[in-house]
Write a protein that binds this ligand. Structure first.
Ligand code: ATP
Length: 583
């Protein structure tokens, strides 16, 4: 946590100076008060009374101005640290592999990034400066009090350990409550995110179980309310304690002072008693502040733990220290798998892929076929390093992809997946993700090549049409063609294509076919094939079953082997081929 302050050293020092000045100034008024009473009022000297009244006002105003200044400085530092922390979290999470995202709920990520970071704001912006200034005030006031009267001081501070113990107990309790509250908030956020997104709403409506979901939400919501109630009760308990301290201790001091005065102690004057009370109040406010800090700090540890849990999660797919740059122009596009094995759960014995070896020459089309769950998609994920293999190597132009700079590698591998992810913005913005500096002409050319331009042009707002959450305003085929246009704009030498399984009408099918043919030209393409034309024109077909390549070759050779490929062909593609012949 202290490391977070390191980049802001200069501002921190400036703030410390302000704190020192503020504390020094704040110490003076009680002494002025003592002189004002004993030398002024008691001796009927109006000049002294006026002078010390004015001095008290001036010093108090000055101290207030300095307090405002260091308050401002501390808030600025706090906000900068918060900004750093959000940035760190975002960048760190962005570089996590897919494995992290498949295991984590989006709502949980959102809660930690926004709500947990927001929750520690108070600690970061106020706690540090408060702790410093409060300690300084308490120590200086203590010294001043001892100087005034050590016996009264002993009584005033004698009770502190008891309150400190109570503060610690409340702090531990606060930590428990904060952890629970944030976990429950995260649960609710996840539920909202999962059920109130377009896909979630669609699921809820098509399954027709809105009442069940509402009930589930209510249960979790109730739990959150429970945590929040505990949190409020804790606050009341804390402020109750403060009230008790601030009322009991002065009463005891007056009693002791009275008792000493009755016994004829000359040191106890009215001025001293008033000044001592003022000084003691001056010490008590920061003391209660320190206790509240203790509660706040201990409570926030729970949030820090949640934030650091993410920041400390190691990146499993990351650049090696000596990673090589990979300029787009240097890529030929030869992709080699050498005895590659992979498992999703590293601690598990179950291999999703094993013993995969093959080579795709630049510009070739490799078709992957196999039953559902065979591992086709997983195999393609290893090329742009969405995951790293657990055995063997994947090479690009003879270099292990793990030796290349990740960002460069991902720039030269394009993917068109079955489900196109569109962001809730305009078609133009969605296309520009692939190439932020693309000109209008390039956009139009890419859309024409992807056979989507006519459709975009027919929309009232053209490229400026907002596609809606996840592109729900577009049909499946249209979204796919947008994805193809993106790939054309990105212009990667290596292309991964997961052909859609959903049947499209002949016009859409023809349009997509046409755009895919344009897209595949001159690129090494890996197609998870669901179309007859793809397997017929493939340079290499890999038939995959249970994570292994069981057959390889071109269409005619594989058909002749009469194995898995022949069976799949008969089941999946033959109908299509007969249909095509019939047409
Ligand atoms: P389909 O044609 O149905 O898309 P596929 O051949 O592409 O199937 P993969 O998606 O590669 O199959 O999945 C291979 C195996 O890995 C499947 O058994 C699947 O259940 C499993 N799997 C996929 N993704 C994960 C994941 N994130 N974590 C754990 N297991 C996974």
């Amino acid at each position: 946590m202290f490391g977070l302050y390191a980049p802001h050293k200069a501002e921190l020092i400036a703030m410390l100076v302000s704190v020192a000045v503020g504390v020094g100034l704040g110490l003076a008024p009680p002494f002025f008060l003592q002189i004002l009473i004993d030398q002024g009022i008691q001796k009927n000297d109006l000049g002294v009374v006026t002078l010390y009244s004015i001095l008290t006002i001036v010093v108090t105003l000055l101290a207030a101005a300095v307090t405002l200044l260091y308050g401002y400085q501390s808030v600025v530092i706090g906000q900068k640290i918060m900004r750093d922390m959000r940035n760190d979290l975002f960048t760190h999470l962005q570089s996590m592999s897919l494995r992290f995202f498949t295991r984590t709920r989006t709502g949980d990520i959102q809660t930690r990034l926004i709500s947990d970071v927001g929750g520690v704001q108070n600690v970061l912006s106020n706690t540090f400066v408060d702790a410093l200034s409060n300690v300084a005030i308490v120590v200086s006031a203590f010294v001043a009090m001892v100087w005034m009267d050590w016996r009264l001081t002993l009584l005033a501070v004698g009770l502190i350990p008891f309150f400190a113990w109570f503060g610690k107990w409340l702090g531990d309790f606060a930590q428990h409550i904060r952890q629970g509250t944030q976990e429950q908030t995260s649960e609710l956020n996840s539920m909202m995110q999962e059920n109130l997104s377009v896909s979630g709403a669609l699921l809820g409506k098509t399954i027709g179980r809105a009442d069940v979901l509402a009930k589930k939400f209510d249960v979790e919501n109730q739990k959150l309310a429970g945590w929040l109630i505990k949190s409020s009760v804790l606050q009341y308990a804390f402020f109750g304690m403060i009230r008790v301290i601030t009322q009991i201790v002065p009463a005891l001091i007056y009693w002791l002072a009275g008792w000493l005065a009755f016994r004829g102690d000359q040191n106890i004057t009215v001025g001293l008693l008033v000044a001592f009370s003022a000084m003691q109040m001056r010490m008590f406010f920061p003391l209660t502040g320190l206790m509240s800090l203790q509660v706040e700090l201990l409570g926030s540890l729970a949030l820090f733990r949640r934030i650091f849990e993410y920041l400390d999660t190691p990146r499993d797919v990351t650049d090696r220290p000596d990673a090589k740059a990979l300029p787009r122009s240097s890529v030929q596009g030869r992709v080699t798998f050498e005895d590659v094995g992979f498992k999703y759960e590293p601690e598990n014995d179950e291999w999703t892929l094993s013993g995969i070896s093959f080579e795709a020459q630049p510009g070739q089309l490799v078709a992957l076929v196999g039953p559902s769950g065979a591992g086709k998609t997983t195999l393609t994920y290893l090329i742009p390093r969405l995951y790293d293999p657990d055995a063997g190597r994947v090479l690009l132009d003879g270099t292990d992809v793990r030796d290349l700079r990740l960002e460069d590698l991902q720039r030269v591998v394009g993917m068109v997946t079955q489900e196109t992810y569109l962001i809730h913005t305009t078609i133009r913005e969605n296309l520009l993700i692939a190439k932020p500096d693309a000109s209008d002409d390039e956009l139009v050319a890419a859309c024409k090549a992807a056979a989507i331009y006519d459709h975009i042009a027919s929309l009232d707002e053209g490229f400026e049409t907002v596609v809606g959450e996840r592109g729900y305003k577009l049909s499946g085929g249209e979204k796919q063609r947008i994805a193809i246009a993106r790939a054309i704009l990105k212009n990667p030498p290596i292309l991964i294509l997961d052909e859609a399984t959903s049947a499209l009408d002949t016009t859409s099918e023809r349009l997509i076919q046409q755009s895919l043919n344009t897209l595949m030209q001159g690129r090494t393409t890996f197609a998870i094939a669901h179309r007859l034309s793809t397997i017929l024109s493939a340079d290499l077909i890999l038939a995959i079953d249970d994570g292994r390549v069981v057959e390889r070759g071109r269409h005619a050779e594989l058909l002749a082997q009469n194995g898995l490929y022949a069976r799949l062909y008969n089941e999946q593609f033959r109908v299509e081929s007969e249909g095509a012949l019939g047409e």
